[in-house]
Ligand binder design. Sequence first.
Ligand SMILES: [Zn+2]
Ligand SMILES: [Zn+2]
Length: 236
Amino acid sequence: MDLILDTHSHTIVSGHAYNTINEMAKSAADKGLKLLAITEHAPAMPGASSYMYFLNFKVLRREKYGIKLLFGVEFNIVDKEGSVDLQGDAANAVDIGIASMHQPCYKTGTAEENLHAYIKAMQNPHVNIIGHPDDGRFPVDMEKLVLAAKEHHVLLELNNASLNPRGFRKNTEENDIRMLNFCKKYNQPIVIGSDAHVEDDVGNFELALKVIEKTDFPEELVINTSIDKLYEYLAQ
Ligand SMILES: [Zn+2]
Ligand SMILES: [Zn+2]
């Protein structure tokens, strides 16, 4: 499977990541990717950047080192109504939006409350991807989540970093397997994100690919093989 794009990465601006935009872009180009999305944590995450940072994305070139760059945001879902922490002109300025549940920005509810929050976030026109819905600290009915993603034309992310045994997220592999099986059943595409917080991890899909293999997940449902397929999900 030729994975040519990575939709999830962070730079020093996110407060707990370690490289610059140029370093991340260079690493993506060196690894043969054709597109990298840099998706900084939104302001509710401790140490993340401000409204103004996102607002000024207009100055950034969308091509560098021969690859396409997207400048986006990883929104924090902040409440049970699926509210997120970047709005207005700054949200309008981003090329791609991921919405995720993180500690300490979101206090988990029941599986039903979490599902409701995700569905409300999917209805936000700036949200293109639900990030790492595999985190067992925020339980959710995976079948209903997949059906909602299909209805709202939003991608679900298979997050490589989630599968790192040293990570904070819980029961990620079993939740990913359930997600992929329902995506297969309902013909819902997924996107693999490295969630790189350091240049070495740009385009690192190693652990995700193992789960793809384990579930015999069809290549045509993996968005990372085609820029056009991704753009179809970014069109508002
Ligand atoms: Zn992070
Ligand atoms: Zn995240």
